[in-house]
Design a protein around this ligand. Structure first.
Ligand code: EPZ
Length: 426
């Protein structure tokens, strides 16, 4: 079991370069299934989830070269080997389900393991299935696998009951090769959807309206190759901004799209954090005092992102007063609360609300990371805590943050990482 051990109380100072977006890379990699032509992706972060998606694409027959240290993926002309996405890929990473739309559109068949739930919620896929069925796919379920066939997908009008990011992506990708036009209403508007739409259009698709709740896709007969650079990761940027604030340090972030962080910057400034764009794409973040308390409600973009809720909660545990965080996107995304309370935080959960009473300081303690963003939140809390914190099951963090511990070390954190073999009791 991997552990990160941190001695807190050291302000983080220095420069950090934000990597490409995990949540743009994964759908864009899946979209490569829509063409047999060569594709080159730049700015792909070297993350465990990206490696999982690479293995899955290769399993399907994609000729893929992942040049990790150059953050590059090169795909050469390929042909489908099979249309099955086995359980161990989907179990390891739910986003594997994003190959469903492209496989249906391109090959008319897919067999994929049902993605289970995870620590933050049961993560249903009903909206994905509703949209793909509306396009003409016929689904059946057997032994934990979903099988689907579609002679030729037909464009249609689809209304999403909830602006699901994944469902918007799966349906948008499938519709690019459908007959006729698809109109997707109440679509998700996250920046990662826009980056995917830009990539699809670079392949020759006809997608318009991405970034709004109404997306129109005119089907085309086939798609060609392209070269695309992934947008920077707004969640990683937000995580490092909060790291500067909670440790009372000063960090310069490079390769940031401020446009994607408006709600996060507004909330940090409301808490009294200094945030200034000093050059195009370069953010200066600093904090000397305790944060002011405030209320946050997580919402679909452009609202405050649920993926920064745990990290911001860690900051608010040290505020001068009481804050309330309402998590409206996932039904169980407070698993980090208990762990923060083990470090001396005073947090009470009331349904979808977490009431956080600010304390003078946190104290180091052994804690468990339940998912990648909760793990990041515990690391941030540990940098501010008095004493030593040991974060267990730290490998969750590797799924969404490349070399997180190394980059924090460069910012002055006193931390080390151990990989302990788990004693299996016989
Ligand atoms: C994407 O997950 C992100 N993952 C998540 O980031 C992010 O938290 C989430 O969007 C919300 O922004 C990737 O992009 C790979 P949703 P996704 O479908 O697509 C319900 C991280 O830490 N829902 O928008 O799975 C669902 O239960 C991860 O990087 C249905 O009810 O999110 C949830 O309550 C965590 N039926 C809500 O919608 C469906 O068919 C939002 O889910 C689909 C979703």
């Amino acid at each position: 079991m991997s552990r990160i051990i941190i001695e807190g109380g050291i302000p983080l100072k220095g420069r950090v370069r934000i990597q490409g977006s995990k949540n743009a890379s994964l759908p864009i990699m899946a979209a490569c299934l829509l063409t047999q032509e060569a594709v080159e992706l730049e700015g792909v972060p070297d993350l465990e989830d990206v490696r999982t998606m690479s293995h899955l694409l290769k399993h399907l027959g994609v000729k893929l070269q992942h040049i990790r240290q150059k953050e590059r993926i090169k795909i050469s002309k390929w042909s489908l080997q099979n249309y099955t996405a086995p359980h161990d890929y989907v179990h390891r990473m739910r986003a594997s389900f994003l190959v469903t739309g492209p496989l249906l559109a391109r090959f008319g068949r897919v067999k994929i393991s049902l993605p289970g739930g995870c620590a933050i919620g049961n993560r249903p896929i009903d909206l994905h299935l509703k949209g793909l069925t509306a396009l003409g796919a016929e689904f059946s379920m057997e032994n934990g696998y979903i099988e689907a066939e579609a002679k030729k997908l037909q464009g249609t009008k689809i209304y999403l009951d909830y602006p699901s990011v994944g469902a918007t992506e799966n349906i948008m990708m499938a519709a690019t090769l459908a007959e006729g036009t698809t109109v997707l209403e109440n679509a998700a508007a996250e920046p990662e959807i826009v980056d995917l739409a830009n990539f699809l259009n670079a392949l020759g698709a006809r997608v318009s309206g991405a970034g709004t709740s109404l997306i129109r896709i005119e089907g085309v007969s086939s798609l060609h190759g392209t070269h695309h650079t992934i947008i920077p990761d707004r969640i990683e940027a937000g995580t490092f901004m909060i790291a500067a604030a909670i440790s009372k340090g000063e960090i310069i972030l490079e390769n940031v799209l401020v446009e994607h962080l408006k709600s996060v910057i507004a909330k940090l400034q409301e808490a009294g954090v200094y945030v200034e764009e000093i050059f195009d794409g370069v953010l200066h973040v600093a904090m000397e005092d305790k944060p002011r308390p405030l209320d946050i409600k997580t919402l679909p973009y452009p609202g405050f992102p649920t993926d920064l809720q745990p990290q911001f909660m860690a900051l608010l545990t040290l505020a001068n007063g009481t804050s309330v965080i309402t998590e409206t996107v996932f039904e169980n995304r407070f698993m980090h609360v208990e762990e923060l309370c083990r470090m001396g935080a005073q947090i009470r959960i009331d349904g979808r609300n977490a009431i956080i009473k600010g304390v003078e300081s946190l104290r180091g303690a052994p804690v468990y990371a339940t998912d990648l963003r909760a793990g990041a939140a515990l690391v941030l809390a540990a940098t501010a805590a008095q004493g030593v914190t040991e974060i267990r099951v730290a490998h969750h963090i590797d799924r969404g943050y490349a070399n997180f511990d190394q980059r924090l070390l460069k910012l002055g954190a006193r931390l080390r990482r151990t990989e302990r073999k788990v004693q299996v009791r016989t």
